[in-house]
Ligand binder design. Sequence first.
Ligand code: KG4
Ligand code: ZN
Length: 344
Amino acid sequence: MTLLALETSCDETSAAVVRDGVVLANVVSSQITLHAEYGGVVPELAAREHLKNLLPVAQSALAEAGIAADRLDAVAATQGPGLPTALLVGFKAGQAIAFALDKPFIGINHHEAHLYSPWITRGGDGTVAADFAAFQPNISLIVSGGHTLIVLVASELNHRVLGGTIDDAAGECFDKTGKLMGLPYPAGPEIDRLAGEGNPLAFAFPRPLLHEANDDFSFSGLKTSVRYFIRDHPALLDDGQQVRDLCASVQAAIIEVLVTKTLRAARRHGVRCVTASGGVTCNRVLRVELERACARQKFQLRLAEKSLCTDNAAMIGILAERKLAQGAPVSELDAEIKPGWALA
Ligand code: KG4
Ligand code: ZN
């Protein structure tokens, strides 16, 4: 099956062409620089950019894959969750393309797609393909700017959300604490970089819900304690080394909670595999700490490749193709977006 997938749930315009589990092309056009001056994603601007970029991005994906549009067998697009006006662009375009080609269309849950991005691997010859043959029941951590989820994936296409954040997402915590330090949006990658030369033990910040017997997260209290700490030590921001220490200390608090709670869920559910994806999974220390903890506790770890941690249409396409192959119902061509579509 050859399938075109579109993803426009937030600030990444992406199109991918997938054939029989192989990602033939995955084109991503990021809007980060556009939103940076506003300190966060502006929904209306995001939608306009998607409108401008979606067809060129889809055409480049088809060209890169060497596939003419009339050779597609199906079309998929992210149906939710996400920013309503942003979702509308990709979802309605996907339906229109499917209608024009008279091919089936399927709407995909963005978070469900994240569950499978760690199974998309790059072979020695550069081929990017889904490695479902290696699939194992797992606990999957999805950490992005909008979400922090722990999901039990008991078998392929069969999952249950165990917990999520009750306030800010982990990426939001990186971004908001970074903003308090005067770092540009999105601050996550900048904190990662500065923390590399900082001391994670320099300052003690709370590890929210670390010892609670549930799979939920809460990061807004951590953000508040960073706010008070900076208010009480304003001179600290003028000292480069202290800023690096602050970055490393905040990062260590977020990561300890993420790693500890993810592995605890894996132990409790008796799975032998842990996976992670979402923008925050690009974080170098998170990747190392997950590797260390999984090695120590003898879990197999599958981290999404960095380019597939952030939003991309390849994961949408891989899941869509798998679903269609396993007989999942197609979506109506007048189906609507689901901006608040929570993963169950
Ligand atoms: O998945 P993503 O690209 O978009 C959504 O939020 O859906 O995730 C973006 C988030 C931002 O909060 C960004 O600061 C964070 O991921 N992020 C990082 C790193 N790279 C991206 N956080 C910490 N360390 C990083 N290296
Ligand atoms: Zn995402």
